[in-house]
Ligand binder design. Structure first.
Ligand code: ADP
Ligand code: MG
Length: 293
């Protein structure tokens, strides 16, 4: 490709909110056949809100939310921010936590008023020997089948209940998915969220394939595997947990609204932070490479 047409393409991209750091990405994008997207913050607004507080027997809802918010206060995860805001919306006083530990893609733990508090997904609590009641599991399943993210809360090994969190799908996502399909691209969603939640979202959006409960390494391996099969892969994501996969893709696309680590790992950054940017990038690449040929 001539440097001149690439420069023109990079310039046009910048005007349309598609920042191309790696000129190679502009050349490769037209060959992409598979677009992998992360769910939270990419397909969804990434501004989740607590919609349901379900306390175990003998536990106060406000106590459950207060402890969870205190443990999540130091975390920058969007779910953590939702929980802290949920507590503040209900005028609850949030204590200062100490000895905070965060497990990427799992949850957090911290000491709050002398108690060890855990907040996270089912497997995370299970790894800390917390056994959930049948009632909590059942309630969580039905909330997840509505597309909600469910996190569980415990003190020590005692389950206190769960919080259901809703992160609405970005309005622009549906149209963008239709257009990506019309361009002949296959769409795969990868998420650290639970199977039932992922399934509900994938079905609602008409995503071709999805994988749930995946760790950052799993996301990376998934990209590698597709590339080994000869697929040309673009990966769009916004989180620290997406960074390894962004770096492993033929074209890594970070949401400008996302974490700095994601942006550093990607060849392309979308200012608007929504999937329409992926369409623009693909169209721009096709136009640029046509000019060159
Ligand atoms: P995604 O791949 O959808 O961006 P993550 O990998 O960040 O999601 O997280 C996967 C799951 O781990 C979340 O759905 C949640 O259940 C749990 N989790 C991660 N971080 C936290 C946190 N700070 N508090 C509670 N749960 C968390
Ligand atoms: Mg994310």
């Amino acid at each position: 490709a001539t440097p001149m047409s690439i420069m023109v393409g990079v310039g046009r991209g910048a005007r349309e909110g598609v920042l191309i750091k790696d000129a190679q990405a502009l050349e490769t994008m037209e060959k992409v056949d598979t677009v992998i997207v992360d769910k939270t913050g990419t397909l969804t607004e990434g501004r989740p809100r607590v919609t349901e507080v379900v306390a175990a027997e003998g536990v106060e809802e406000s106590q459950l939310l207060r402890l969870a918010a205190a443990a999540e206060q130091p975390s920058e995860h969007p779910l953590a921010r939702a929980i802290v805001e949920g507590a503040k919306d209900r005028q609850l006083e949030v204590a200062v936590a100490s000895e905070f530990i965060s497990t990427t893609g799992g949850g957090v733990e911290a000491t709050v008023s002398g108690q060890r508090v855990l907040v996270g997904k089912r497997e995370f609590l299970a790894s800390h020997d917390v056994e959930l009641s049948a009632a909590l599991k059942e309630r969580s399943g039905s909330l997840q089948s509505e597309g909600r993210t469910v996190v569980f809360v415990a003190t020590g090994d005692r389950p206190l209940g769960l919080l259901a969190i809703s992160d609405p799908i970005k309005e622009l996502t549906r149209g963008a998915i239709r257009q990506l399909h019309a361009m002949g691209l296959k769409l795969v969603m990868l998420t650290g969220d639970a199977e039932a939640t992922a399934k509900a979202v994938a079905q609602e959006l008409g995503i071709d394939e999805y994988s749930a409960g995946v760790s950052p390494e799993d996301k990376h391996d998934y990209v590698r595997k597709l590339r080994e099969q000869g697929k040309v892969v673009a990966m769009a994501g916004d989180g620290i947990n997406d960074a390894p996969a962004l770096a492993a893709a033929d074209v890594g696309i970070a949401m400008g609204t996302g974490s700095d680590v994601a942006i550093e790992s990607a060849g392309v950054t979308l200012i608007g932070g929504d999937l329409r940017g992926v369409i623009k990038a693909a169209a721009l690449s096709r136009a640029t490479m046509q000019n060159i040929r």
